[in-house]
Write a protein that binds this ligand. Sequence first.
Ligand SMILES: [Zn+2]
Length: 116
Amino acid sequence: MKMPATVRVGGLDYTIKPWNRMAADNTGAYGMCDRSTLVILIQEGLTPQWEAHVLVHEVLHAAYAAAGMTAIHEHVSEERLVGALSYQLIQVWRDNPDLVAYIEAVFRPAKGKLKA
Ligand SMILES: [Zn+2]
């Protein structure tokens, strides 16, 4: 299953784009969340589970920003972080059925077969 083309986080629509492997390798990351351009980059050529994991990781970076947090909040308490991300995660879940379906298809591929 293909990744969704966009994801709404904190009321902002991020575009999900493939990331050239060489460009990604130069940063040492599999994904990137650019909050200034609302683009999430995912390295090309990953396995489906890695690809989905990296997408969730980048969505959580967007959610972190949507919760009003930045790098200066590096030493935020666990309770503050979980509290902020839980609200954002619920919003992401509610507003992105394509994302939820994609994650389900990647991590529970047998589900559809059982119904057939
Ligand atoms: Zn990260």
